[in-house]
Ligand binder design. Structure first.
Ligand code: DX5
Ligand code: ZN
Length: 220
């Protein structure tokens, strides 16, 4: 079985000490750095944009897992590629022409990600799953860190796993929102491959040790 991945979400970092927090992630057992871009339109919050991503990328030594919570993401594909995004995740609900968007992400040399809101059924990916490297299942409503995990996510992980297997796809399943050491094991057991964790990591006493714990839970 391939290794399960941990992606700390920088949204919960100390923005006045971003370099310090990115360097902590570099030294930790984390696999990726998860970066949430919010536009205040697709979600009711604004996080940060390109200059901050650029500053993070300058110090990051791990793959950048960029989660776009923005409308009409096609406008910025090239920019996000140039800023060093390794995985670029767009929201299914924000893309009128998802197939075209996925080809554009690939053409820029990035891995394709599609995020689904908690209310969006897995079956909408039936015809695109073979073009998707990662599906990000939102286990909270996007827009804010620190929310409670929605229990229905487990059922969605199983349905998605079934779809991936049936289609012979190699898509990774990522879980985003409310991930803690209390639900990590069950999520992995149900079929998740990548766990995003924001508050649980950065609000803990020892974020680096918390990442190690999550990595251990996910891989034993
Ligand atoms: C929510 C973001 C998440 C968020 C997760 O809209 O997409 O990545 O940072 O934060 P926690 O782990 O605190 O729920
Ligand atoms: Zn996210």
């Amino acid at each position: 079985m391939s290794s399960k991945l941990i992606a700390p979400s920088i949204l919960a970092a100390d923005f006045a000490n971003l370099q310090r927090d990115v360097e902590m992630v570099n030294r930790s057992d984390a696999d990726w750095i998860h970066i949430d871009i919010m536009d205040g339109v697709f979600v009711p919050n604004i996080s940060f944009g390109m200059p901050v991503l650029k500053a993070i990328a300058k110090h990051a030594e791990k793959p950048l897992d960029v989660h776009l919570m923005i409308v009409d993401p096609d406008r910025y594909m090239k920019t996000f590629a140039e800023l060093g995004s390794d995985v670029l995740t767009v929201h299914y609900e924000a893309c009128t022409h998802l197939h075209r968007t996925l080809q554009a992400i690939k053409a820029e040399g990035m891995k394709t990600g599609v995020a689904l809101n908690p209310h969006t059924n897995i079956n909408v990916l039936e015809d695109t799953i073979n073009d998707i490297d990662l599906v990000c299942l939102m286990s909270v409503n996007p827009g804010f860190g620190g929310q409670s995990f929605i229990e229905n996510t487990y059922a969605k992980v199983s349905q998605l796993k079934t779809l991936i297997t049936r289609k012979g796809a190699k898509t990774l399943i990522e879980i985003d929102g409310g991930v803690t050491n209390a639900n990590a094991k069950k999520l992995i057991y149900t079929g998740a491959d990548v766990l995003v964790a924001g508050s649980f990591v950065f609000k803990s006493k020892d974020p680096k040790a918390t990442i190690t714990d999550l990595k251990h839970i996910a891989n034993t």
